[in-house]
Design a protein around this ligand. Structure first.
Ligand SMILES: NC(=O)c1ccc[n+]([C@@H]2O[C@H](COP(=O)([O-])OP(=O)(O)OC[C@H]3O[C@@H](n4cnc5c(N)ncnc54)[C@H](OP(=O)(O)O)[C@@H]3O)[C@@H](O)[C@H]2O)c1
Length: 322
């Protein structure tokens, strides 16, 4: 079958080692099911995989892609939950020490067909396109858990979203607005700040700029470049919820003094559970909120999407269609 995959790594130039071509049809283990992929979306995770981060040499060749929407074996329109648990695990999907995300241990979604445990299949509402649904399982699910589970935010609270243009960041802005929050966002780029306002941010700021008020929580995916600003933007007792370190994980100043003196909470967040994905699908269905798509490309032209993501030249999600 046709697929977009990795069979080597490059830490400096990940896009140069991307492969587009034929891979064997998947076998379906007991308890797993085939999904005919109609749309899949790109995440920064796919670039990390090509760099050899989170993907082991022994697992190559590996079809990339965490997110998909398509048809199950009975012809139902479905969304695929990307977190695969150990069969013996019973708790929160994201706390299973043996969990993996599609394309780490099991073949990913950038292909004609993906095979997943049956419990990882969630119904897609008819009101949502395959392209929109394909954006939900990683970036949007991560944003949902950051805001409402790990951040514990509720209507009326104020949140800062760092790095407005990213897939997770655009999801955070849309979902925070839909959830009744006051939304501040930063971006290095003026045009992206303008688009963040259109998307639902109440106010936008240059990266590092002083905010008019301290916020209840900061949603952090950028890491090194924005960490100090995030900590300095919080009210006493506020929370920084972190799910990524795009600009690097080595901090110049961890701001430890502020963290203890202002009694700040630093909370990690990774992906989400199947139940949170189902709740997110319902939230989108009920409110009409939809993922912002930067561009849609046929899977054969995946390289263009990877290059745009590597260059940071995106506002919203890149969707690949079959
Ligand atoms: N833990 C999880 O479950 C999980 C799930 C999904 C993603 N992630 C992680 O979250 C991060 C974002 O993922 P994504 O898919 O949204 O990536 P993306 O679409 O490539 O977004 C990257 C964003 O980071 C900002 N940025 C990058 N370098 C920066 C710098 N030097 N200074 C300031 N801002 C910078 C950019 O904002 P501006 O250009 O607007 O300034 C850009 O919008 C990645 O590290 C990814 O691995 C984690």
């Amino acid at each position: 079958m046709f697929a977009v995959y990795a069979d080597e790594f490059s830490s400096d130039d990940p896009v140069s080692v991307l492969k587009v071509g034929e891979r064997p049809d998947p076998v379906v283990p007991d308890g797993w099911a085939r999904v005919s992929v109609q749309a899949a979306s790109l995440n920064h995770h796919d670039l990390w995989s090509l760099r050899g981060v989170g993907l082991r040499q022994e697992a190559l060749p590996m079809i990339l892609g965490c997110d998909a929407a398509g048809y199950d074996e009975d012809g139902n329109e479905v969304v695929v939950h990307a977190v695969v648990n150990d069969p013996s695990w019973t708790g929160d999907d994201t706390l299973d020490p043996k969990r993996s995300i599609l394309s780490e241990r099991h073949q990913g979604t950038f292909a004609e067909t993906v095979v997943v445990p049956r419990r990882n299949i969630v119904r897609k509402p008819a009101t949502m396109s395959f392209e929109e649904a394909a954006c939900l399982p990683t970036a949007w699910l991560t944003a949902y858990r950051m805001l409402f589970t790990q951040g514990g935010l509720k209507a009326g609270d104020t949140v800062l979203v760092q790095g407005a243009g990213g897939g997770v960041a655009t999801a955070l802005i849309s979902l925070a607005r839909a959830g009744g929050l006051r939304v501040f966002a930063t971006s290095r780029d003026e045009a992206k700040r303008a688009r963040a306002l259109e998307l639902g941010a109440h106010e936008v700021f240059e990266s590092g700029a002083r905010l008019p008020i301290k916020v209840d929580a900061v949603m952090e995916t950028v890491g090194r470049a924005t960490w100090s600003h995030s900590i300095r933007s919080l009210r006493p007792g506020g929370a920084i919820v972190i799910s990524g370190t795009t600009s690097g994980a080595q901090l110049d100043d961890a701001e430890l003094t502020r963290i203890f003196f202002l009694q700040l909470r630093v909370v990690g967040s990774t992906m989400g559970t199947r139940e949170e994905l189902a709740a997110l699908v319902n939230l989108c269905d009920a409110t009409g909120v939809r993922p912002l798509i930067d561009r849609t490309l046929p899977m054969t032209e995946a390289r263009e999407g990877f290059a745009a993501m590597a260059a940071g030249d995106l506002f919203g999600k890149v969707v690949l269609t079959r």
